[in-house]
Design a binder for this molecule. Structure first.
Ligand code: NAD
Length: 438
């Protein structure tokens, strides 16, 4: 099959490289010339485990190529995937669909033979209808179908998720398009990945419903963590006790600083807006988004409390900046709110992240001193706060950390240490929902 991926970011590049690895002929397109130039040199513009090797081997085999010009590849394609960004629109929080519609117009102009246009970007229900209208208006002569095929991969485990998905959702009522999609995903059918064929609108909504539910699960356990702190219970044990029930499941029950990242914050907001527009407010999701927003800044206050009530004139070392480990993605990371809250309270910030510092420099407010490693980061700090649970923070030499710090205060927003171990080493230690005596 000839496949074009429009947008070569986290989703487009991973999907394109995986489709090529299945044996398809894939062209990845992006507007950013520097990104395409880097990809042509074999340099991967994002950090995603295993992606460099996958891209290089498939490019070397001639199945994967890169361009800024979509016209040629689209004219010969069986399927064109739209994998451009759908960020929150400034002002009202609805999904900004301008990139999707711009890509649709460009694709329309270039259509040759029968082509399936697939929205892989996360798009509000009804977007497929609008893409179809745009293409039909520009090219009344063209033979095409518009399909929704939302992507569920997680950054940090994206290749594994793409190749071994829990399910593939294909939204179309067009039999010919469904056949093309079946051919595109044939290698995964053979791996017996469950395929869910739905209407286009159902597929679009399924993605938002899944993300909103996961965000709800995280927010629920975070509120339980707050309650645990007040009543002297341990949220990790509560989560284990809940999660062993098959109806609940143990995933996404890790209490922490609040969800962030490139998907949950914007997708919950977009779902809230869609539901309001249709006169059926999603009140649970509205509450989840509000609770989560407040939580991120509250984590700053937690650090202040652990420091004895004030951080004015103090230095706080922030370990981990990305919204989760194994990615360089800083979009809507909780670290941004935590750092802003601490700066507002008068703290000086030192920070270290294994992969996210370049992106962090572009989004973190105020003056932040970026350090070369965790030990350099904690030097002369009055407190250290673990915001992202990168593996390298799990086994810090705590004796060394204590001697380097001005005062040994550790706030563990990911519960990666055991309280008694850290306190034995002479630290003041605060965590999430495990009770001060733990
Ligand atoms: P991204 O910002 O990393 O990549 C988008 C790319 O599209 C950028 O490189 C941009 O230059 C390019 N682009 C924009 N307009 C273009 C055009 N007209 N032609 C060619 N290229 C164009 O975004 P992402 O994280 O890959 O997300 C893409 C979509 O997938 C979003 O809707 C997102 O919600 C969804 N999604 C993301 C994830 C994730 O983990 N990142 C997971 C599932 C779904």
């Amino acid at each position: 099959m000839k496949i074009v991926m429009v947008g070569s970011g986290y989703v487009g590049l991973v999907s394109g490289a995986c489709f090529a690895d299945f044996g398809h002929e894939v062209v990845c397109v992006d507007k950013q010339e520097s990104k395409i130039a880097a990809l042509k040199r074999g340099e991967i513009p994002i950090f995603e485990p295993g992606l460099t090797e996958l891209v290089r081997s498939n490019a070397a085999a001639g199945r994967l190529s890169f361009t800024t010009d979509l016209a040629g590849p689209v004219s010969a394609a069986d399927a064109v995937f739209i994998a451009v960004g759908t960020p929150s629109r400034r002002g009202d929080g609805f999904a900004d669909l301008s990139y999707v519609y711009a890509a649709s117009r460009e694709i329309a102009q270039a259509l040759g033979r029968y082509t399936v246009i697939v929205t892989k970007s996360t798009v509000p229900v009804g977007t497929g209808d609008e893409v179809e209208r745009i293409v039909r208006e520009l090219r009344p002569d063209a033979e095409f179908a518009v399909v929704s095929n939302p992507e569920f991969l997680r950054e940090g485990a994206a290749i594994e998720d793409f190749k071994r998905p829990d399910r593939i959702v294909i939204g179309t009522e067009d039999a010919r398009a469904r056949q093309v999609m079946a051919d595109v995903y044939r290698p995964l059918y053979l791996n017996s990945a469950p395929i869910l064929n739905t209407s286009r609108r159902t597929a679009e909504l399924t993605k938002y419903a899944a993300n909103a539910f996961l965000a709800t699960k995280i927010t629920f356990i975070n509120e339980m963590a707050d309650l645990c702190e007040q009543v002297g219970a341990n949220v990790q044990d509560v989560a284990r006790g809940m999660g062993l029930d098959n109806r609940i499941g143990g995933k996404f029950l890790h209490a922490g600083p609040g969800y962030g990242g490139s998907c949950f914050p914007k997708d919950t907001l977009a779902l809230i807006k869609t539901a309001q527009d249709y006169g059926t407010p999603a009140r649970i999701v509205e509450t989840v988004a509000a609770v989560n927003e407040q939580r991120k800044r509250a984590m700053g206050r937690k650090v202040v409390a652990a420091c004895g009530g004030s951080v004015r004139g103090k230095t706080v070392a922030v370990l981990g900046l990305t919204f989760k480990p194994n990615t360089d993605d800083m979009r809507d990371s909780p670290s941004i709110s935590v750092i802003t809250a601490l700066q507002d309270a008068g703290a000086t910030i030192r920070a270290f992240d294994p992969e996210g510092m370049e992106q962090a420099k572009a989004v973190l407010p105020g003056a932040v001193t970026y350090c070369g490693n965790a030990y350099e980061c904690v030097e002369d700090a009055d407190a250290a706060v673990i915001v992202t649970e990168w593996n390298i923070f799990r086994a810090l030499d705590l004796d060394r950390v204590r001697t380097l710090m001005r005062s040994p205060v550790l706030i563990d927003l990911r519960n990666i240490y055991r309280g008694e171990q850290v306190r034995e080493k002479g630290f003041v230690y605060a965590d999430i929902g495990r009770g001060i005596s733990d």
